[in-house]
Design a protein around this ligand. Structure first.
Ligand SMILES: C[S@@+](CC[C@H](N)C(=O)[O-])C[C@H]1O[C@@H](n2cnc3c(N)ncnc32)[C@H](O)[C@@H]1O
Length: 275
């Protein structure tokens, strides 16, 4: 029993919802996709080497690994995500399983990636330790994490909307800090405690390009688990106030591209290290 058991069940149920999985792939993932070059680029993979993508979701990082010519295995605990990844990245072997309890022998892979998976597990340190166990010595790990609200327009706006306009009785199960590993002072010691050396951090200027400011609310509402549930459980008037606040913030603070789409920042960091 851990203090985060309810959170673990909540996450698994949420990501196993086929509608959330599809919405994540269609609407939320364009921001996470912008981190793929930083995740894959530093791995030094050569064709034929073996790579493992944990918490693969619909195969965002998986596809980047396949493009290097590596032999790619991907793993996610959501059947819905596994099905999406198998369809979208047919050249990868996609398995259903828990990132904290990997079904692989030690020293199996040349690289392990985790795209925005660690904020969703009850014990990120256990996942880093598993990654280290299955990596060959000299192999590399890279994982992405969203910047915390203080450094992110996207997360600051959604958390502020929920804090000030949401019903206070609507809460989530206790969970580890979702953005803690975006700080090198937390991430580097965590990597070193798992056995990694030479940790590095690379910021990524990830963002969405949205047709309408109101899409900002919809992509959290439809395509995420924690924020999505907090939004879906609001009474109608509060939900509408949250939606309006988020859209107004986009109109007031975000620029537009040449096609008139709103550029909504959701910055991230890619951490990497060597086994
Ligand atoms: C935010 S999505 C990230 C998807 C993709 N890697 C990306 O970069 O966009 C998080 C994924 O982690 C998966 N996940 C969460 N906890 C997991 C666990 N303990 N084991 C395996 N997968 C897990 C979820 O099912 C979900 O697909």
């Amino acid at each position: 029993m851990s203090q985060y058991d309810a959170f673990a069940d909540f996450e698994q149920a949420g990501w196993s919802d086929a509608d959330i999985a599809q919405s994540y792939a269609d609407s939320f993932a364009p921001a996470s996709m912008m981190c793929v070059p930083a995740i894959v680029g530093g791995l030094g993979l050569e064709p034929g080497q073996e790579a493992l993508d944990l918490c693969c979701g619909p195969g965002i990082v998986t596809a980047g690994l396949v493009a290097t010519g590596a032999e790619v295995t991907a793993l996610d605990f959501s059947h819905a995500m596994v099905e999406l990844a198998r369809t979208r990245v047919p050249d990868a072997a996609v398995l259903q399983g828990d990132a904290a309890d990997l079904p692989f022998e030690p020293d199996t892979f040349d690289a392990v990636t985790i795209g925005f998976g660690l904020p969703h597990v009850p014990d990120p340190q256990a996942v880093l330790a598993e990654a280290h166990r299955v990596l060959r010595r000299g192999g590399r790990i890279a994982f992405s994490i969203w910047e915390p609200p203080a450094r992110s327009f996207g997360f600051r706006t959604v958390t502020e909307a929920l804090r000030t306009l949401g019903a206070p009785e609507i809460t989530l199960p206790p969970a580890p800090d979702a953005n803690a590993l975006a700080d090198p002072e937390v991430a580097f010691p965590a990597l070193e405690a798992a056995g990694f050396v030479d940790p590095q951090a690379e910021p990524v200027d990830s963002h969405w390009r949205l047709d309408e400011p109101e899409d900002f609310y919809s992509l959290f509402h439809n395509g995420t688990v924690r924020m999505g549930v907090l939004m879906q459980r609001q009474p109608r008037d509060r939900a509408e106030a949250i939606r309006s606040y988020m859209a107004d913030e986009v109109r007031a603070k975000c620029g537009r591209d040449a096609e008139g789409r709103w550029i909504v920042p959701l910055p991230a960091v890619v951490m990497s290290a060597r086994a």
